[in-house]
Design a protein around this ligand. Structure first.
Ligand SMILES: [Zn+2]
Length: 104
């Protein structure tokens, strides 16, 4: 009789991904965007973290990170721009009028 190797050990290795998930982005269905660990266990929008690292400072509360190409999952720095909350609402109002899809 032969044992089939692999099952047990594979299961053990995979289990590690559940607990401490550092560095990687986690998809948040409710907000429809990727979240990352800020470093202190609190999750924040990946776009904000990417922008904060780019600027070398924390974003203010009324600063919003807008996705230039409208793809909220595209958090590359070249697709992100910082604007104030009011500028952002105005921009999206204009985009809506133009028939563009609403994205943050
Ligand atoms: Zn936006």
């Amino acid at each position: 009789m032969r044992y089939i190797n692999g099952h047990q050990s594979r299961g053990k290795n995979r289990g590690a991904s559940n607990g401490r998930y550092k560095g990687g982005a986690v998809y948040n269905k409710v907000h429809d965007r990727f979240m990352v660990n800020r470093g202190d266990g609190i999750f924040t929008c990946r776009a904000r973290k990417v922008m904060e690292e780019h600027l070398g400072r924390k974003l203010e509360r009324d600063e919003v990170v807008h996705h230039i190409n409208g793809d909220k999952h595209d958090d590359r720095i070249e697709n992100l721009v910082v604007m104030s909350n009011s500028e952002h609402s105005r921009l999206h109002g204009a985009l809506r009028k133009a028939g563009e899809t609403l994205a943050l």
